[in-house]
Design a protein around this ligand. Sequence first.
Ligand code: PLP
Length: 392
Amino acid sequence: MREKIDANICAAVDKTNDGNYVPMSTPIVQTSSFYFPTYEDFMAVSDDEKNNYVYTRGSNPTTKSLEAKLAELEGGQKCKVFASGMGAIAATMFTLLGQNDHILMANTVYGEAVSLAKYLGKFGVEVDRVDVNDTAEIMAHVKANTKVIYFESPSSQKFEMLDLQQIADFAHAHGIYTVIDGTWASPLFQKPLASGIDIVIHSMSKYIGGHSDIVGGAVIGNQDIVDDIFEHGHQALGAVSSPFNSWLALRGLRTMPVRMAHLSKAIVTLLDGLTTDSRIKKIYHPYVGNAQQRELADTYLTGYGSLFAIDLVDDDFDKLNIFVDALEVMSVGVSWGGFESLVLPAYKGNNLANLQERGLPASHIRMYLGLEDPTSVLADIEQALNQAYGPQ
Ligand SMILES: *Cc1c(COP(=O)(O)O)cnc(C)c1O
């Protein structure tokens, strides 16, 4: 069999021939329900909605085409997509965790995922959240009832890498599920299943959609796990991707390899320019990490995501304010992964305690490099720093 190439998976025409034509672009099958010629035909499939088209809260041809591509890209047996990244995360936790189980969240994972895990306390689920610099530290926080290790690598806000293989090996030896939110690297630049991680989650709202026009999520893993998540997390919680959003995600996939190849180079250009600026105290991104972080990046990443963070040289809120408002190419806004460069200060006027807890200074700013020319984004940041601090 020919070797699978990511760019070709993304570009591949879905040649499923259900009629007497095969459209080059996968059609949007905009229907809630599917017609059956006879009662018998309906009965034959109604018990297995994951493998048959009965109702769009179960399966839909547009969505299925997307799921097939994402499973192939991650090297997983199966994928289920959801109405949002949080829909995918919630469905996964809901399925894997039960009363008296413990979930260990490592690294600075997406805030809403932490909130959800804490909320599960209501149903008797225990959660610990640990910031680790060294993967081996995770093991010290595992308990007898740990059911799931949930992490990001690189993590949100600090962009620290963990050792996937080490986590997977340890977890397998102890009967613990491993779940990684792989959104930062996209399905192209990191393949966690190949290192033995059980489940990969993506927010499709970011690089997969790629155009800031959809909210969506995906779960990829082996057939048994994904079927379980389908039954309990997808069918029961109902965070269904609409056929139109699935189609937009498929459309995003067509250009994802080209966008990511560009961004992986562009982010290096931008970070090289920022590392010499004395008004920036710290930059968070695997490319500028310490030797251990760089080694992990070399082991697990085949390219760089373009989401990073900086700390300004001081915690002066007025300067932070001037800096952010002076940016002209970068816009203030949440989310990332689209065409537009974005800036998002961590400080929101009332969350200093929360930042302290996460080890972040008040001057911490998340930045996303979009598809604009990276040298013009660099110039934009420099001119905004000049306005806040004066020329360096
Ligand atoms: C955005 C994001 C999510 C949540 O995804 P939604 O599609 O917004 O629900 C989860 N994890 C990471 C790393 C994200 O960036």
